[in-house]
Design a protein around this ligand. Structure first.
Ligand SMILES: Nc1ncnc2c1ncn2[C@@H]1O[C@H](COP(=O)(O)OP(=O)(O)OP(=O)(O)O)[C@@H](O)[C@H]1O
Ligand code: SF4
Ligand SMILES: [Mg+2]
Length: 324
């Protein structure tokens, strides 16, 4: 495994009490593999990723347990200085909002070139040439001319390509993309996803793709981990999960995806709201919203049951769910 997150726990101390944002998350990704992390807003997808990258705000956040094993080392045990070397060079992150992640007063060519002068000790001239190469690689038209322009002079989709170029610059082994296409229109979304998938294949990188959009992941991901209230409730190869979900929450998510073949039919929506993380319900956190819930669900927290060698589900009644 390139990256293996084991039983990760993150808390935030807030005025309302301790918010348990990540409650024992385990997931892994191999070189050349794409793992999609899916879940409603507030389920802990970004906080998990921030803890993996080492960019969690502490305080208010605190990692209270677990391991982040990357290329054989537990990153949580590294000193900040060693951690910083891993970041950028070995693992990089792409965010939703390129405009606030890029430097507004530096041309994009200079920003990209800086990666090579600072981290690789290249001359300005060579670094600038590499920057243009990278812009070409993420298919920014007229790269040489546009390298002198500033982030605000690019469209949203083009800015996102620049972010991808920044992340790729040092050829990291792992990229974490946190909702990389959410702010873009549908056509551009598809282009960016295709680009990411292609680069991932070419460079044999591991890719963690965070999204709340099931439609986005079907074509590009190998595996899916579904998060709910800070836990992974189901994890499976994409096709298995689409064909027959083993958790009622996943089933609910699948049933609420608009489908062209069922045009006109009312969309199903999961009833109720996700729980507040300072007051996660006892037993199965999903029980107040679950159509299959019964007494045991209100008292006993479901362990990660093994559905098959490659699948897991945190539902007492996963068999029933699997059978539809
Ligand atoms: N800086 C913070 N201070 C306090 N609580 C925080 C902070 N950041 C995150 N949290 C808590 O962690 C929870 C999980 O947040 P996270 O950003 O991981 O959700 P997410 O799954 O990425 O959602 P979204 O789809 O909206 O991006 C939040 O609901 C919030 O309670
Ligand atoms: S454990 Fe119970 S409440 Fe939780 S998802 Fe399964 S059936 Fe629903
Ligand atoms: Mg998020």
């Amino acid at each position: 495994m390139l990256l293996e997150v084991r039983d990760l726990r993150v808390e935030f101390h807030t005025r309302d009490g301790v918010a348990k944002a990540v409650n024992g998350v385990s997931y892994g990704v191999d070189a050349g593999e794409t793992l999609a992390v899916l879940g409603e807003s507030g389920s802990g997808k970004s906080v998990t990723a921030q803890a993996v990258m080492g960019i969690l705000d502490t305080p208010p956040g605190r990692i209270t347990g677990g391991e982040v094993v990357f290329r054989g080392r537990d990153l949580l045990k590294l000193k900040e200085e060693e951690r910083r070397k891993v970041r950028g060079a070995e693992m990089a992150m792409i965010f939703q909002d390129a405009l606030s992640s890029l430097n507004p007063v530096l041309s994009v060519g200079d920003q990209l070139a800086e990666m090579f002068t600072v981290h690789r000790g290249m001359s300005r001239r060579d670094a600038r040439a590499r920057a243009v190469e990278l812009m070409d690689r993420v298919r920014i038209p007229a790269a040489r001319e546009r390298a002198g322009q500033y982030p605000h002079q690019f469209s949203g989709g083009m800015r996102q390509r620049i972010m991808i170029a920044m992340a790729l610059a040092l050829e990291p082994a792992l990229i974490i993309a946190d909702e990389p296409t959410t702010a873009l229109d549908v056509t551009v979304q598809a282009q960016i996803m295709e680009l990411l998938a292609e680069l991932r294949r070419e460079l044999r990188m591991g890719l963690i793709l965070i999204t709340h959009d099931l439609g986005v992941v079907a074509d590009v991901a190998d595996r899916i981990a579904v998060m709910y209230a800070g836990r992974i409730v189901e994890s499976a190869p994409v096709h298995d999960l689409y064909k027959s979900p083993a958790h009622p929450y996943t089933r609910g998510l699948l049933d609420s995806v608009p489908r062209l073949d069922l045009k006109g039919r009312a969309l199903y929506a999961i009833e109720g709201l996700p729980p507040g993380l300072t007051h996660i319900p006892p037993g199965c956190a999903f029980h107040p919203r679950c159509p299959l819930a019964r007494d045991v669900c209100r008292t006993d927290e479901p362990p990660p049951y093994e559905v098959s060698a490659t699948r897991g589900s945190a539902c007492h009644f996963w068999r029933e769910c699997l059978d539809g």
